[in-house]
Design a protein around this ligand. Structure first.
Ligand code: AMP
Length: 282
C-alpha cells in the first residue's frame, strides 16, 4: 500500500494501472476510519485497485462547525486500510487541494436546500466541489458512498448524472455499533452518558421501520412517533425529522417507493444523523 500526498503521485499511479487495463474503485473519506468506511472499501474490492482519500475538507465546514476539532489519526487509518488491502491512500494538504487562491465551485439547487442544507448552508457546495476535484484526480471507474449520509449520496448521484461524469456511484448500507448507533467519526465526541442518549436516534429509526413494516404509509404518523420517541430523551435536541423523496429530496406525505426518512439530532454539542430508506412497491 502506498500513501501519497500530491496530485501528481496519484495521477502517475492511476495512469500506470489504467495502462495495464486495471479498474479503479474510489472511497473518499475525511479519515478517522471505522467499520463504516471499511464496508465501502470492501465493496470497492470488486475493482482491481482501490484508492482511499483522507482529507478533512475545510470547504464543507461552516464557520461555527468542528473543522479544528475534527478527529484525525493517519497512523491508525493507514493500518485499517492496509488490513483491508487498499492499494493507495491519497492524503493531501489543503494547500495541495486549493493552492493559495481558489475561485471555482460545483454547486446544486433543490437537493441541497432541505435537511442538512438548512442548517449547513455551505456544506454541500464544499462536498460537490471537493468530490469533483477528487474524481478528476483519481479518475475512478466506480466511487463508493455510505447511505449514512443519504442526502450527500443523492446529491453526488445527481451531480454525476447532471454533469455527465464518467463513473458509477455505488451506495452502501449504514454500518452500526452493536447497540444500534450508526458508526461515525463524530461518535468520539460523545461521553458515555451522551453515547447512551444517542441511541435514541437509531431507536426512532427502528421504530419507523417497524411501523412501515406493519403497513403504516402516512409520513405524518411515522414522523410524529419518531419525534415523540426522541423527545423522551432529555439530552437530545431535534434539528429535523423529515420524510423526502430519496432521488430529489423533496417532501412527501405518503410512504411509497424510495422515501428517505432522515433525522438530525444534537446530543449535547454533537450533531448526529441517521436515516432509513424505504423500498415500498404497492
Ligand atoms: P466521512 O469520513 O464521514 O466523510 O465519510 C466517508 C464516507 O463513509 C461517506 O460516504 C459516508 O457516508 C461513509 N460512512 C460514514 N459512516 C458510515 C456508516 N456508519 N456506514 C456506512 N457508511 C458510512
Amino acid at each position: 500500500m502506498k500513501i501519497v500526498s500530491t496530485i501528481q503521485e496519484v495521477r502517475e499511479c492511476v495512469n500506470a494501472w489504467k495502462k495495464e487495463g486495471k479498474t479503479v474503485g474510489f472511497v473518499p473519506t475525511m479519515g478517522y476510519l471505522h467499520e463504516g468506511h471499511m464496508s465501502l472499501i470492501d465493496a470497492a474490492r470488486e475493482n482491481d485497485k482501490v484508492v482511499v482519500s483522507i482529507f478533512v475538507n475545510p470547504m464543507q465546514f461552516g464557520p461555527n462547525e468542528d473543522l479544528a476539532s475534527y478527529p484525525r489519526d493517519l497512523e491508525h487509518d493507514a493500518k485499517m486500510c492496509e488490513a483491508h488491502k487498499v492499494d493507495l491512500i491519497f492524503h493531501p494538504t489543503s494547500e495541495e487541494m486549493y493552492g493559495d487562491s481558489f475561485y471555482s465551485y460545483v454547486d446544486m439547487n433543490v437537493l441541497t436546500e432541505d435537511l442538512c442544507g438548512l442548517t449547513r448552508p455551505v456544506h454541500f457546495r464544499g462536498v460537490c466541489t471537493v468530490v469533483t476535484k477528487l474524481f478528476n484526480i483519481v479518475m475512478p471507474d466506480k466511487a463508493y458512498f455510505g447511505q449514512k449520509d443519504a442526502q450527500q449520496l443523492a446529491i453526488i448521484r445527481r451531480m454525476v448524472k447532471d454533469l455527465n461524469m464518467p463513473l458509477q456511484i455505488v451506495g452502501c448500507p449504514i454500518v452500526r455499533e452493536p447497540d444500534g448507533l450508526a458508526k461515525s467519526s463524530r461518535n468520539t465526541y460523545l461521553s458515555e452518558e451522551e453515547h447512551r442518549a444517542a441511541l435514541v436516534l437509531s431507536r426512532s429509526v427502528f421504530l419507523a421501520r417497524d411501523m412501515i413494516g406493519r403497513g403504516e404509509r402516512d409520513c405524518k404518523a411515522v414522523l410524529a412517533a419518531m419525534t415523540a420517541e426522541i423527545e423522551k430523551e432529555p439530552l437530545a435536541r431535534i434539528d429535523y425529522v423529515k420524510a423526502v423523496d430519496f432521488e430529489n429530496i423533496q417532501p412527501v406525505t405518503q410512504i411509497k417507493g424510495n422515501v428517505l426518512i432522515a433525522i438530525a439530532v444534537y446530543i449535547g454539542k454533537t450533531r448526529l444523523i441517521d436515516n432509513l430508506v424505504t423500498d415500498i412497491i404497492e
